[in-house]
Every structure is written in structure tokens, then in C-alpha cells.
Design a protein around this ligand. Structure first.
Ligand SMILES: Cc1cc2nc3c(=O)[nH]c(=O)nc-3n(C[C@H](O)[C@H](O)[C@H](O)COP(=O)(O)OP(=O)(O)OC[C@H]3O[C@@H](n4cnc5c(N)ncnc54)[C@H](O)[C@@H]3O)c2cc1C
Length: 377
């Protein structure tokens, strides 16, 4: 059994693997596609410290090589289910992979337009990644749908590859950065269609046109294009967690900065965790925090097992965190403390706080941590 399995090989997952491997844990990352996650769909990254500009695929390659170089395994496979029973954590791909702790870093996936033709023509001209698929439409006419940073970046990128790019946005103003909009307005082969909605993607075996409607005049028009690039936001990839962890209205997991969840031994990191800034650098920070917390809790568990105070079944990693109530409620609660046993996990027990069989601050005894003389092994 591995110490740690990380689901998702984006910047959060790969950074977690680097930190976990350096902490001496046996660790595997399970990734269904290319390691690097959303970075691989980004042409130029200009805000990752240390690189004035770097190609997203190159940054992804370096992070993966770094993790592998430290001994982390990077396995290819789609995780289909997660069994999150404390003490029997299992990642289900084509096989079952048990682990002592899990870090869930599945990130986000692109939101769909949900209009006729989109599903049928996906991969036949309908794309969610301009950087990945733009070259297939070299010197052709294409449309981009969306109004945020991603849509503006996609349109600017495609303008360098395709003949004509039409950017369709339902509002009167873009939500993306002003500088990007100014760049786009200067490009001769970019047409902006503001206050237009995409209604249907047309084509038999491949995309032939995009039908749009002017929200002012209500007139419909067909744009003859070979591809439609959809960039209307992202949704957290947390379908596997429904029913197991509390999710916010957008589907993100509420967890503190080190990613602890209310399930002992299960941590979250990256864009699927609710936080104010969703960027590569914050995903990396999440990965570092979650891996460090997981390592501490596993190490703490080992020490306590050696000490003889706990049985395997009683090992609980991480204090309970309830998004609404904070620490302390539910399974794995440790008297409202950030770490079990009254000190940072890994600390040897000292007289006083955390002693086996000692009464909790609240007064109730901890029946599962017996004094040495009472223990059953
Ligand atoms: C077009 C675009 C441009 C961006 N530009 C920038 C930028 O310039 N600077 C910046 O800082 N940020 C940028 N971002 C945001 C940044 O990429 C994300 O914040 C970051 O990648 C989040 O990292 P993550 O590891 O949480 O998730 P992700 O990068 O989404 O990685 C999650 C990984 O998990 C995998 N996965 C999901 N479900 C499963 C499963 N069931 N089984 C196996 N694997 C699974 C996915 O395949 C994916 O590889 C951009 C995002 C986009 C979309």
C-alpha cells in the first residue's frame, strides 16, 4: 500500500508529489490525460515567478520531471470512483489502489455551451482548448465563444494561426483584462460580436457554421466557420465527491489552506478547493500545504502506533473540518485543534497534552485511545 495517492496531475497534484516525495512518502499521481492539467492548454504563462514567460506545456513537463526525479510515480488512468472510508482509502481506476492518505487535485474542466450541435460535433470542430487544437484550423475561419480572460486569450492566440477569428460574447462588455481587449481590437483578423448569443453549431460530419443571435435586434446570422472554440468558464471536477464531501454552490470543496477535509486522511488541493485566487501559483501552494499536512499526519500516526496508544483502525489523519462550522465537528475531530493529539503530528507525546487515555478538554474521555495497560493489539 502506498503512503499517498494524488488524484490529478495538474500543478497542485505535481507540487504535492514533489513535497510528499521529499518528505519520504511513497507517492503516486494518477492522471487521466497529460500531466500538467490546465497549464498544457496555456500558450504563454507570464505570471509564474522565475519565468518572465514560459510555454504552459514546458512548465508542465518540468514539474512532472521534477516529481518523477524525486521518485514519485505518475500513472495514467481515469479515476472512476473514490472509496473514502477512513482507514480503507481506495482510488478506483481499472484496478483498486489503496493508500494511507489521499490528495484530491482534480481541478476544473471547461464549461459547455449546452446548445444543439455541441455534443455531436465535439472533436469535429468543437473544441475547448485553442492551444491544443488551433493548429488543425490553420488559415481557416473560426469562432470563439466567451467573454473572460480565457476567451480573449484564445482569440488572440488563434488570430496568429487562423485566417479570421470571430469572438462572440453575450454581454456588451468583456469580463477579461483590458490590456487583452486592446490587443484584440488592434488585430486586423479579429471581429468582435458583442451582445450576441451562440444558438446552434451547424455541420454534418464537421463544423460548418455557428448560428448566433443579436440580442438587440433579435436577428439571427450564420457565421461560416470550421471550428468553434468554447471558453465560457470552468466547473470544478468534483462529481466523484458528491455525497462524500460538502461542496459549495459552484461544486468546490470547502477546506482550510492545508486542504484537510472532514474525512480523516483525505486532503484537497488546487482549483477544486474554494479560495479567492485560481492560478498556477496558488495551485502549487495548495499542493505543498496538503502534502506537508498529509506527511505530518502519517508520521504522527506511525509514532502513535509505535507508542502503542492506537490501533490501525483508530488512526485518523487530519482534524475534522466542516465548511460551515470550522474545525471540531464530525469524524476525526480532535478537540477543535488543528492537529491531533495536542501538538503538531510527528511530535512525540509529552506529558500533558495528548497523553494516551487523557480526558479531552471538553471533559469526555477518548475511548479509542486507551492507556498502555488497557490496550488491545
Ligand atoms: C486557458 C487557461 C489559461 C490560464 N492561464 C493561466 C496563467 O497564465 N497563469 C496562471 O497562473 N494560471 C492560469 N490559468 C489557471 C491555472 O491553469 C489553474 O489555476 C491551474 O492549472 C489549477 O491547477 P490544478 O492542479 O488545481 O488543476 P488542473 O490544472 O485543472 O489539473 C487537474 C488535473 O486533474 C486531472 N483529473 C481530473 N479528474 C480526473 C480523474 N477522474 N482521474 C484522473 N485525473 C483527473 C485532469 O486531467 C487535470 O490534468 C489558466 C487556465 C486556463 C484554462
Amino acid at each position: 500500500m502506498r503512503d499517498l495517492i494524488i488524484v490529478g496531475g495538474g500543478p497542485a497534484g505535481l507540487t504535492a508529489a514533489i513535497y510528499a516525495a521529499r518528505a519520504g512518502l511513497s507517492v503516486a499521481v494518477v492522471e487521466r490525460g497529460f500531466a500538467g492539467g490546465q497549464m498544457t492548454a496555456t500558450a504563454d504563462i507570464v505570471n509564474y515567478p522565475g519565468f518572465e514567460t514560459i510555454d504552459g506545456a514546458e512548465l508542465a513537463r518540468r514539474m512532472e520531471a521534477h516529481a518523477r526525479g524525486l521518485g514519485a510515480e505518475v500513472l495514467t488512468g481515469e479515476v472512476r470512483a473514490l472509496w473514502l472510508k477512513p482507514g480503507a482509502l481506495t482510488v478506483v481506476t481499472e484496478s483498486e489502489l489503496p493508500a494511507r492518505a489521499l490528495i484530491l487535485a482534480m481541478g476544473t474542466r471547461r464549461r459547455k455551451l449546452a446548445i444543439p450541435g455541441e455534443e455531436r460535433l465535439a472533436g469535429r470542430g468543437v473544441s475547448y482548448c485553442a492551444v491544443c487544437d488551433g493548429a488543425f484550423f490553420k488559415d481557416r475561419d473560426v469562432a470563439v465563444v466567451g467573454g473572460g480572460d480565457t476567451a480573449l486569450e484564445d482569440a488572440a492566440y488563434l488570430a496568429g494561426v487562423c485566417r479570421q477569428v470571430t469572438l462572440v460574447h453575450r454581454r456588451g462588455a468583456f469580463r477579461g483584462g483590458r490590456h487583452l481587449e486592446e490587443v484584440l481590437r488592434r488585430l486586423p483578423n479579429v471581429t468582435l460580436r458583442l451582445e450576441h448569443v451562440a444558438e446552434e453549431i451547424l455541420g454534418d460530419k464537421a463544423v460548418q457554421a455557428l448560428r448566433v443571435r443579436d440580442l438587440g435586434t433579435r436577428a439571427a446570422a450564420e457565421l461560416p466557420v470550421s471550428a468553434v472554440f468554447v471558453a465560457v468558464g470552468v466547473v470544478p471536477d468534483t462529481a466523484l465527491l458528491r455525497g462524500s464531501l460538502p461542496l459549495d454552490a459552484e461544486g468546490r470543496v470547502e477546506a482550510p489552506e492545508d486542504g484537510r477535509t472532514q474525512i480523516p486522511g483525505v486532503f484537497v488541493a488546487g482549483d477544486l478547493r474554494q479560495k479567492p485566487v485560481y492560478q498556477i501559483v496558488t495551485a502549487c501552494a495548495d499542493g505543498a500545504m496538503a502534502a506537508t499536512a498529509a506527511a505530518r499526519c502519517l508520521r504522527g500516526g506511525r509514532i502513535w502506533k509505535l507508542w502503542g496508544c492506537v490501533r490501525d483502525a483508530d488512526l485518523q489523519c487530519g482534524a475534522a473540518y466542516d465548511g460551515r462550522r470550522g474545525f471540531g465537528g464530525g469524524m476525526g475531530a480532535h478537540g477543535g485543534r488543528a492537529y491531533p493529539f495536542g501538538g503538531p503530528p510527528g511530535d512525540m507525546p509529552r506529558g500533558g497534552a495528548g497523553r494516551c487515555g487523557r480526558r479531552r478538554r471538553g471533559g469526555d474521555a477518548r475511548p479509542h485511545r486507551r492507556p498502555l495497560s488497557h490496550r488491545r493489539l
